[in-house]
Design a binder for this molecule. Sequence first.
Ligand code: PMP
Length: 373
Amino acid sequence: MIYFDNAATGFPKNASVAKAVSESIDTCGNPGRGGHGYSIRAAETVYECRKKLAAMFGTRPDLVVFTSGTTESLNIAVKGANRSGGVTVVSNLEHNSVMRPLNALRRRGETVVRQFRVDLRDDGATLENFRTVSRGATNVVITHASNVCGRILPVKDLRKNAPDDAIFILDAAQTAGHFGFGITDLGVDAICIPAHKGLYGPMGVGALIINPESDAYFETLIEGGTGTNSKSFDMPEQYPEHLEPGTQNVSGIAGLSAALDGFEYPAGESELFFELVKGLEQIDGITLYGAPRCKADLKFYTPALLFNKRGYDCEELAAKLNENGIAVRAGYHCSPCAHRALGSFESGGVRVSPGRNNSKREVTEFLRVIKTL
Ligand code: PMP
């Protein structure tokens, strides 16, 4: 099987990930819930991973909050930092894990949502569009890169153009693990990441990474036991316990920790991505949406490409590709906003997303199959 669905989850994972998950099941107790060896082993496993993520994203280990994935991280960040009566600004490329929590707040009258248009060809125009709607904003929630077309947003400049006291939350589902970035350098208050995409860890784990220089304080989304301050009915105020009720996904965290050992940012993804773009452009009946136009554009993209083929419904095309041993994802990719922005709202599209484990040969085979359909 040629796996071109890395934007959904990075695959295959290193063998060390499954090994660490399996070992943790046999060796770990409940972290922070006892002084015995099994519990301590679990707590150490969790802390090791916290330290690795803190180093990767430039924060302190206690400001790495483990979650079940980007979706939970975003829900905590969006709802926990919402200021009643405030205004939240988002881009027109957001995923439903941003739009749905915000819509829930909006329905309850707890925020007003304003959207700005990302100009795929001109970051200056994007910033201008942002400035127009962000005046008076209390919160900003932005995808770092679109999961539909791969376009990276100019986050650092958006932050600089946002009101100083606006809480700025970054959805880094599609960028964590693809290239390096630090939270204090970007200047955002929080970054939401998954373990399972660009970091090639297990599904069911993610993190909310908080900026050590930020004044934002995230209220709890759910409450429960933390193994600390047990006599109190209130959640501890300090991170990470404040936002980590209940037993953590120790096995998933162990797997992520293994994935981070010796982690290197991928070198060849971008080239494969460009081969795909160039190859598809030359095939009759193919429509590309929001793709890079030349090599120089690649610095603005993570490897996710949306296309359709004349005469095919996108789901039908993905099914044909699957029959030919190629895994892609068709439909709306939980991002109706992005499809609206890209002009594929009526049709949906096929997303092809190469990753660190793909080869040039696989791209050639993919293009050969598309031509024959
Ligand atoms: N945001 C974006 C941009 C995504 O691509 C995804 C996953 N498709 C999410 C958020 C949600 O991530 P998770 O499934 O890890 O919760």
